[in-house]
Design a binder for this molecule. Structure first.
Ligand code: GDP
Length: 323
């Protein structure tokens, strides 16, 4: 029997990669899309005709129930949220509506309409905020430091509560930063790979960055969505950290990206204090012991390979655009 999956946040980076993965595995894929997102189809244009779009909104319980009744999904992946941290400070209530209460509405819709669906909730390393241990594990205390992290913490615990209270198959994946060529250039990883490619092609002569010593746990979005799928294929639902398990500095990223295009980064990169963060988060790095042991998952693209893949993509994209 063909499996069916419903993805919220289909038009985002993770939604588009997950849809590709599920289609390659023979799933029928449904995507819940807000009316206001329906213009943002860049990441899923190549999937048109293969994915069934259902109109709905995490703010509207009826639309969620309709979507679940219509698709009768074996698996539901909730990848939608208001996920931009600075906006969560200017619109904290709206962030809570989407990122926290939206998950309550979704869980309640599953319970009422199709309780046999398996549910994946996208938790975030932002729930740890200022953690008191490093690396963080699935047992590390949550100390979120912004409205987005607080909303994600609520959603995380609601997902676990529906598992415990109603016996639903629900899982949380706590993802750390994950990157891909579909990532926006406001994030430092893509800014650097695209910046190095632009300089190599003569389209720019310098790259201005903030704190070169900042460190992050970066993994590849395709590796992350594979972990999400694996989590829903187990006998028992559980929660896992999804990360690379190692950190690298912005400086290492710059060295690696410029190395890929055969340039000396020191000749092009300058530090611009306006890109410094006033309150830089402490080092977040996830322990991947549990997911590696229990799900036999391993990141397939280590740091250097990910940088290379993204620089190659950016070189090609910019060259095609010039032609
Ligand atoms: P996020 O903070 O994990 O959401 O991801 P970013 O990619 O925006 O930032 C990652 C890290 O890179 C942070 O610690 C920033 O301080 C550091 N960083 C250094 N230079 C820059 C820059 O020019 N832009 C951005 N966005 N971050 C930078």
């Amino acid at each position: 029997m063909q499996k069916k999956a419903l993805i919220t946040g289909l038009t985002g980076q993770d939604g588009s990669y997950l849809a590709e993965l599920l289609l390659s595995k023979g799933y029928q894929v449904f995507g819940l899309v807000r009316r206001s997102s329906s213009g943002k189809v860049d990441r899923i244009r190549h999937l048109s005709g293969e994915v069934t779009i259902l109109s709905g909104d995490l703010l509207d319980q009826c639309s969620l129930m309709d979507a679940i009744e219509q698709s009768q999904p074996h698996e539901i992946y909730n990848l939608a949220s208001q996920s931009y941290v600075p906006i969560s400070w200017t619109q904290p209530a709206l962030t809570a509506e989407y990122t926290a209460l939206g998950v309550s509405r979704l869980l309640e819709s599953i319970r009422r309409c199709h309780p046999s669906s398996r549910f994946y909730q996208a938790s975030s390393s932002e729930v740890f905020g200022q953690p008191d241990e490093s690396p963080q594990t699935e047992r590390t205390a949550f100390r979120p430091r912004n409205p987005y992290g607080v909303a994600k913490a609520y959603a995380h615990w609601m997902t676990i509560n529906y598992r415990q209270q109603y016996g639903l198959y629900t899982c949380c994946g706590i993802t750390y930063t994950h990157e891909s060529p579909r990532r926006g250039t406001e994030f430092v990883f893509r800014k650097i790979t695209q910046g190095a490619a632009r300089i190599k092609l003569g389209l720019a002569s310098e790259l201005k960055l903030g704190n070169l010593e900042a460190r992050r746990d970066w993994c590849y979005a395709k590796d992350a969505v594979h972990a999400m799928w694996l989590m829903l294929q187990q006998d028992q639902p559980d929660d896992y950290i999804i990360a690379s398990g190692e950190t690298h500095s912005v400086k290492e990223l710059v060295e690696c990206a410029f190395g890929c295009v055969g340039l000396r980064w020191q000749d092009y990169v300058s530090v611009d204090p306006s890109f410094y963060r006033p309150d830089e988060a402490v080092q977040l790095v996830g322990s991947i012991d549990k997911i590696c042991k229990q799900l036999s998952w391993q990141p397939q693209y280590p740091f250097e390979q990910l940088v290379e893949l993204m620089v190659d993509h950016d070189l090609k994209e910019l060259t095609d655009r010039k032609a």
